[in-house]
Ligand binder design. Structure first.
Ligand code: SF4
Length: 396
């Protein structure tokens, strides 16, 4: 289940296991780990558990037993991404609808490094449409080396940030030269789900029988909106849960907060609804029909980019693109084999994790409220721009 990507073993991702063991063995280093939303629905498969087993608590306990000094959760930064990306969308809509400025719309999501590489290489004209938000991984890293370092009284040069991702493209993303906004390399090492599985096995940990643990405070609390980042359509649904409520003061009017038409494994999906009862400060959006589009797989990304180039996306406000079939639950760093039955089981596990939560909207996360009050100021503020946003580069 945890074999390398290439069936003949000729091509493998660059393994970070030895580097992470070395950091854990170094008494001068304070090693912090955080895990992406999709890991908790797939890691159990490395230990013979059925696809779709939810192992969030066992994963946290296993990471503590491996020796990490702090166990945080990338889901915290996924909630933060929604705050920044949702407010960025509202700003673009304000500029376009109220102030009649020329603005790049629809806004495209930017949390998938495979999609970013694809857009930079093949569709450089799409770059102004991409949200300037970094991915959750690249938001969590600089916050650990600034906000957490200050709170814990630890010199950031002694902190090693390890992220566990469903994704081989994340290894490249962590090495982008601009990802040093903390003053240090924001993410030191990226482990895939498979690599974490190998470390747990090598340490002799009986994963299946572990008790549940909880992520550490400060950058470990999250909501159901963050869980669903793992699924195609999830980033969009999470953003709509917050943006709709900011604009109208009411909950997104869909059963159980789910936008059903953008869920599932169809390659390109859509949703549309009308804004009514907007708050006074958003009265200029009254009656606007919001149209969103979700695509996964690069063949579908290609189709969407062609539509953008042809001017056929003018009536849409927001587009989500994920590289892997089904989104991150089907990522290249996840346990093999991944077919549609496995994807469906993992997707169901993620929605069930979301529905099990008391808090299911990013703006309700108490740690998110705290970090804005004590450190960041406000969404899209000066500090957020420095630590949480980025730029893109056309590439040959
Ligand atoms: Fe990585 Fe695939 Fe998720 Fe994109 S969709 S972030 S490439 S796992």
């Amino acid at each position: 289940q945890c074999a390398a990507v290439c069936p003949v073993g000729a091509i493998t991702e660059k393994d970070a296991i030895a580097d992470v063991w070395a950091a854990l063995d170094d008494p001068k280093k304070h090693v912090v780990v955080h895990t992406a939303p999709a890991i908790r629905a797939a890691l159990g498969e490395c230990f013979g558990m059925p696809a779709g087993s939810r192992v969030t608590g066992k994963m946290v306990t296993a990471l503590r037993r491996l020796g990490f000094d702090k166990v945080f959760d990338t889901n915290f930064a996924a909630d933060l991404t929604i705050m920044e990306e949702g407010f960025e969308l509202i700003k673009r809509l304000t500029d376009a609808v109220r102030d009649k400025k020329a603005v790049a719309l629809p806004q495209f999501t930017s949390c998938c490094p495979g999609w970013i590489n694809f857009a930079e290489t093949f569709y450089p004209k799409s770059l102004p449409y991409l949200s300037s938000c970094k991915s959750p991984m690249q938001m969590e890293g600089p916050l650990i080396k600034t906000w957490y370092a200050q709170k814990a009284g630890i010199d950031p040069k002694d902190i090693v940030v390890v992220s566990v991702m469903p994704c081989t493209a994340k290894k490249h993303e962590a090495n982008r030269p601009e990802m040093v906004d903390s003053g240090f390399k924001d993410t030191d090492y990226v482990l895939t789900t498979r690599e974490l599985g190998k470390m747990v096995t090598a340490a002799g940990i009986d994963f299946v029988n572990l008790p549940d643990g909880r992520a550490d405070e400060l950058a470990g609390e999250s909501t159901g909106a963050a869980d669903i980042f793992a699924n195609s359509g999830g980033v969009m649904e999470a953003a709509l849960r917050t943006a709709y409520e900011v604009i109208t003061g009411r909950e997104l009017p869909f059963p159980s907060l789910h936008v059903a038409s953008i869920q599932g494994l169809d390659g390109i999906k859509e949703a549309a609804f009308k804004l009514d009862g907007c708050k006074p400060e958003f009265s200029f959006l009254e009656g606007v029909t919001v149209k969103v589009l979700v695509a996964h797989g690069l063949g579908n990304a290609h189709k969407v980019c062609k539509k953008l180039e042809a001017g056929d996306l003018a009536e849409y406000q927001f587009v989500e693109i994920m590289t892997c079939p089904g989104g991150c639950i089907g990522g290249g760093g996840q346990p093999r084999m991944t077919d549609d039955n496995v994807r469906r089981a993992r997707i169901a596990a993620i929605y069930s994790e979301d529905e099990s939560r008391t808090l299911r909207k990013s703006h309700e996360n108490p740690e998110i409220k705290r970090i804005y009050a004590e450190f960041l100021g406000e969404p899209l503020g000066h500090k957020s721009h420095h630590l949480l946003h980025t730029t893109y580069t056309p590439r040959q």
